[in-house]
Design a binder for this molecule. Structure first.
Ligand SMILES: Nc1ncnc2c1ncn2[C@@H]1O[C@H](COP(=O)(O)OP(=O)(O)OP(=O)(O)O)[C@@H](O)[C@H]1O
Ligand SMILES: O=C(O)c1ccc[n+]([C@@H]2O[C@H](COP(=O)([O-])O)[C@@H](O)[C@H]2O)c1
Length: 215
């Protein structure tokens, strides 16, 4: 059974780093779809997002509109209170049934702190994790899998077939094309009055301009 990718992020704003991560992992692991899941209240950031939930959702929709493999799920934006990936994965697992392989996509910098996530050990009963190694990730570059909590080491696999033979529980890494961009740097560039063209799809750049976001 083909696996479904789930890509959570604050997407404040979405950029080509996110789109390449989703594309490269989808191709490498033959995911049927990648569902972008904008985070609701990103409690782990200690503050609210810069753009509103509606604006972040609108930008994700604009960014993915021409790719049939991409989809968006706004459940976290509708949820009251903090956003926990465990809750999202539990809901999607209940909806899709026990057998379909689910793969949560994440960048290596974010995944290095996975042991701080709500009910983190239980998440692996619900989904696999595909971790995109970012070229600028100093922790990974010096320690490799040692950058991650030791509890997860037995789950790491090099065999992509395990992502479809089991519904959940494996962790696989993928060295993605280095794209040293972030939502933080894009927001700073807008504030500076610099162009952000070619960092995100044109409709997103235009949306940021016309809604005067991040200025
Ligand atoms: N340039 C990039 N290359 C690869 N992965 C990325 C890149 N930017 C973000 N990601 C990954 O995408 C996911 C969602 O990221 P997020 O929405 O926080 O974007 P961000 O650019 O890291 O934002 P911020 O700068 O506000 O922290 C995370 O798992 C993150 O590691
Ligand atoms: O569930 C948690 O406790 C948790 C803690 C930190 C991050 N996450 C999720 O990780 C994804 C990437 O987060 P971020 O901050 O890099 O955009 C996003 O879907 C967040 O909801 C989830």
């Amino acid at each position: 059974m083909a696996a479904i990718g789930l890509f959570g992020g604050t997407f404040d704003p979405i950029h080509f780093g996110h789109l390449r991560l989703a594309t490269e992992i989808a191709e490498a692991f033959r995911l049927e779809k990648v569902v972008f899941i904008p985070a609701g209240l990103p409690y782990h950031r200690g503050r609210d997002a810069h753009a509103s939930a509606e604006q972040r959702l609108a930008m994700v929709k604009l960014a993915i509109q021409r790719d049939a493999r991409f989809d968006v799920d706004n459940r976290e934006l509708e949820r009251a209170g903090p956003t926990y990936t465990f809750d999202t994965l539990s809901e999607i697992r209940a909806e899709r049934g026990p057998d379909v392989p689910l793969v949560f996509l994440v960048g290596s910098d974010t995944f290095a702190k996975v042991n701080e996530w709500h009910r983190w050990t239980e998440m692996f009963e619900l989904a696999h994790f595909a971790v995109a190694i970012r070229a600028d990730d100093a922790e990974w570059n010096s320690k490799g899998p040692g950058a991650y909590p030791k509890e997860i080491w037995p789950r790491i696999t090099l065999n992509a077939r395990e992502l479809t033979s089991e519904p959940a529980g494996k962790i696989i890494t993928f060295a993605m094309t280095p794209l040293a961009m972030s939502s933080t740097s894009i927001r700073a560039q807008v504030k500076d009055g610099s162009s952000i063209r070619y960092l995100s799809p044109d409709p997103v750049v235009e949306y940021i301009r016309s809604h005067k976001l991040y200025a």
